[in-house]
Design a protein around this ligand. Sequence first.
Ligand code: HEM
Length: 538
Amino acid sequence: QGPDPRTATGAPTSASGLDVAQQGAFLTTAHGARLADTDHSLKVGSRGPTLLQDHHLREKISHFDHERIPERVVHARGAAAHGVFVGNGAGESICRAGFLRAGVETPVFVRFSTVLGSRGSADLARDTRGFATRFYTDEGNYDLVGNNIPVFFIQDGIKFPDVVHAAKPHPDREIPQAQSAHDTFWDFVSLHTEAQAHTLWNMSDRGLPRSLRTMEGFGVHTFRLINADGQTCLVKFHWKPKQGVHSVTWEEAQLTNGNDPDFHRRDLADTIESGHYPEWDLGVQVMPDTEDEMFAGIDLLDPTKFVPEELAPVQVLGTMTLNRNPVNYFAETEQVAFNPANLAPGIDVTNDPLLQARLFSYLDTQITRLGGPNWNQIPINRAHAPINDMLRDGQHQDAVHGGVAPYRPHSLDGGCPFTAGPGDHPFIDIPAPVAAALKVRENPLTFEDHFTQATMFYRSLSPVEQDHVVAAYTFELSKCYEQTVRERQLLALANIDADLCARVADGLGLPAPAPSVPPTETDTTAAVSQICGTWPVA
Ligand code: HEM
């Protein structure tokens, strides 16, 4: 633990001191008084009653009573590792972020997760996987908070609570953890057809990774990069595992969950401990920063769309190696607080309406999850760059801030002007024009196509992989209680691929609906209004 930049003296904060104390030869109270006995409470005679004045008993029990913190509202189950990222210099021409320069080594912390299960759920659930990477760069923490699937369920962040409510366990019975037997999940994705593409990826082998080491990662959204000359481009981030991409079959997943529900976290930790460090290349697909933010007919602001690699090949910018397991699950894996708003100078967000909502959500939830606004001071969340924010006080404030003038510029404490460092502006907020338009609650027309890419993905699969998709839909939908939900999902499948629909319908013993003209968003709204009354979903 290095000097803490937040304290006035640079002295280490209590966290590191306490780490040492727990290795010591003798026991103390939390206040440092030595203890001779931690196994017997203080009683009136050996048969009691126990005395309220036993401070050690009260401190020990009371601290234990408060050991649990809320699990993450999503992505509660995770496993993590430390490592290093080394840039290869290929990114220098498009991005000024220092960690992309050739040979620069940046410490990283990566947390993999399932989305829907609780902290104690099984690893091999059919689900999306989170792939969140923190780069502790010299210019501050940069968090690339991605998934193992390149598209997302919804186009606008305002629907995130809805899709999560639909996908989490049923409110009445608290079962199950993933899609199986899940009327609300299938109800949602068949009504909000923008979710069909992501759901298809879940039903494919991508929903059952063989190992966390054999997963691709995707930033999903389009980001804007700026280089040292002020030129911008639009990119999608990719992690390519050097271990290859591998999955298990549904039967293997079921057996593994029964035999070893911790299969993925055990595999990651054991592999790193044995010195077989997993590696990923970080790459980008580069698209021109045009006024309409479209590429090859794809709206780059629509997070339910990917850009085929045939149209924009992935260019490798560097390699990440995971080479160290966390020492303490709670301190590191549980308390790490990723945030897509933690950006490096040279990397900026776009107007993707899903990303815009995320920029609010993470910090907000972490104030509850980690008990106040000072979780940036928890060791795993501390930047490795010097910190000089003007934030003060609040719950769990560890720093002893000096001076009376927490604002800039000021004329007290010896005076201090506000000086921007070279390059501080405009690289952290890249200047991008915002079109003057009316305030509206609607999607652009370019978000309307919900099916073309799902079809493209399904038809790109091998026959065996397609068989797995058919089996997955058949199994999952067979667990739905509501016939109307099954039928509506079959209608969505008919719009993806007639053969897929026919095979799933056959498995369910239902007639296959004819493919309709792929509905536009306007059609979906009309259909939903018919089913659910006048509330527009789109
Ligand atoms: C975790 C919100 C979309 C990837 C979380 C958490 C929240 C959240 C509240 C828990 C954070 C914590 O307690 O520390 C949202 C919202 C979204 C959204 C509101 C859409 C509007 C996405 C998307 C991705 C993603 C599109 C992937 C590209 C993740 C990952 C984690 C996470 C990987 C786990 C981070 C960790 O390991 O600690 N999200 N999310 N989320 N989210 Fe999202």
